[in-house]
Write a protein that binds this ligand. Structure first.
Ligand code: GDP
Length: 408
């Protein structure tokens, strides 16, 4: 069992081609799980392990994978981005605690990003933004920021700004530390140097920092006082205020980079840990005792309470059916008998796995807050609640829209 406060269950949402697969690849790479770079255009991306996906070059299924990062654990749930798979996006979003929205820096917000964003908002999902492809000709940070504000009606707060764009994109300026980070990319990834902000960018960085402080100050009175009186503020104070706004779902920290060139993804991961919620930060879910709608019971992220888990994805491979579960409450051991409340059948969980793309590690136990894959569930379908047979609880059902809502 990991440390719950240091666990992040996140997904990446994006318009097709914005770079979701490449960002996921880089996360796996930095998490030390993959040492060989699999480029998307070569069809070897680690997350795209289904043959179908490799052929079509789009992610149509949800793989879950655990990525350690600086002492924390990020469970990366691969949400499908293609519009035809909206129901599956919804299903995946339901089990996330937070998300990263990836945008193509030369396009800003595109149609599918709007749809997925709104689905996320429906679940009150705290969300960071990553403006990707800053190395692409036509990349425009300010335009992308504005489109997040105008098209998504969101409140983006730039935590960084890019140094240059297109061919001259060299790195980022961190607006909290006011340090410039220059990158050099080679075939093995990127190395970076922290330096002073170049003289010609100082004014621009100061303007963006002032804007960032003003937005963050809405969430912290002491920060507001310091901002109004032009007094120095500690990085922790800024991080605390931004985290508060992000958890409330009303502030969206913006990171920038180029996944292709390995720029900015590590900082994005720092942002995931700093600003997105852990499973214990989330309010208790309201379940129903034994599936009876009139009897509400809170489902808390407590490993000691009775088991309540949601099956959110069923896949098959050479070894048989694999069910992906989000454990909301209690502890799950391999070799236990559980109840599927929706179908009123008892099922056996024979094995519990931690997943890394198509690989798996056997676990003895997994607890509240974890996302795992299990073997043994024969009658369980996506959306079913799995629980302790002595204390049956049904989680609120997931409703899938049959048609995609078009946004104006
Ligand atoms: P997805 O459809 O959102 O999963 O996007 P992919 O990760 O498959 O990327 C789509 C295309 O954009 C691929 O050809 C990538 O190599 C390319 N790409 C991804 N990130 C970047 C980036 O930061 N800069 C540039 N120039 N291209 C990128």
């Amino acid at each position: 069992m990991g440390d719950l406060a240091n666990t992040r269950n996140i997904g990446i949402m994006a318009h097709i081609d914005a770079g979701k697969t490449t960002v996921s690849e880089r996360i796996l790479y930095y998490a030390g799980k993959t040492y060989k770079m699999g480029e998307v255009h070569e069809g070897t991306a680690v997350m795209d392990y289904m043959e179908e996906e490799q052929k079509r070059g789009i992610t149509i299924t949800s793989a879950a994978t655990k990525c350690p990062w600086k002492g924390a654990e990020i469970n990366l749930i691969d949400t499908p981005g293609h519009i035809d798979f909206t129901a599956e996006v919804e299903r995946s979003l339901r089990v996330l605690d937070g998300a990263v929205a990836v945008f193509d820096g030369s396009e800003g917000v595109q149609a599918q990003s709007e749809t997925v964003w709104r689905q996320g908002q429906k679940y009150g999902l705290p969300c960071l933004c990553f403006i990707n492809k800053m190395d692409k000709i036509g990349a425009d940070f300010e335009m992308s920021l504005r489109s997040i504000h105008e098209k998504l009606l969101a409140n983006p707060v730039a935590m960084q700004i890019p140094m240059g764009a297109g061919d001259s994109f060299a790195g980022i300026i961190d607006l909290v530390s006011m340090q410039a980070v220059f990158y050099e990319t080679d075939k093995m990834g990127a190395s970076f140097r922290e330096m002073e902000i170049p003289a010609d960018l100082v004014d621009q960085a100061k303007r963006y920092r002032a804007r960032m402080l003003e937005q963050a100050a809405e969430y912290d009175d002491a920060l507001m006082d310091a901002f109004v009186n032009d007094e120095p503020v500690l990085p922790e104070t800024i991080h605390g205020a931004v985290r508060k706004g992000t958890l409330a779902g009303t502030l969206h920290p913006v990171f920038v980079g180029s996944a292709l060139r390995y720029i900015g993804v590590q900082r994005l991961l720092d942002g995931v840990i700093a600003y997105l919620p852990s499973p214990i930060d989330k309010p208790a879910l309201i379940g129903h005792k034994g599936g009876d709608e009139s009897q509400e019971v809170p489902v808390k992220c407590d490993p000691k309470a009775s088991l309540v888990a949601l099956a959110f994805k069923i896949t098959s491979d050479a070894h048989g059916d694999l069910s992906f579960l989000r454990i909301y409450q209690g502890t799950l051991k391999s070799g236990t008998r559980v109840l599927n409340v929706n179908r009123n059948v008892k099922e056996n969980i024979t094995r519990v796995f931690e997943m890394h793309a198509s690989e798996r590690k056997i676990l003895e136990t997994a607890s509240a807050g974890d996302i795992v894959a299990v073997v043994g569930l024969r009658q369980t379908l996506t959306g079913d609640t799995i629980c302790d047979s002595k204390k049956p609880v049904m989680l609120p059902s997931i409703t899938f829209p049959q048609t995609v809502i078009t946004m104006s």
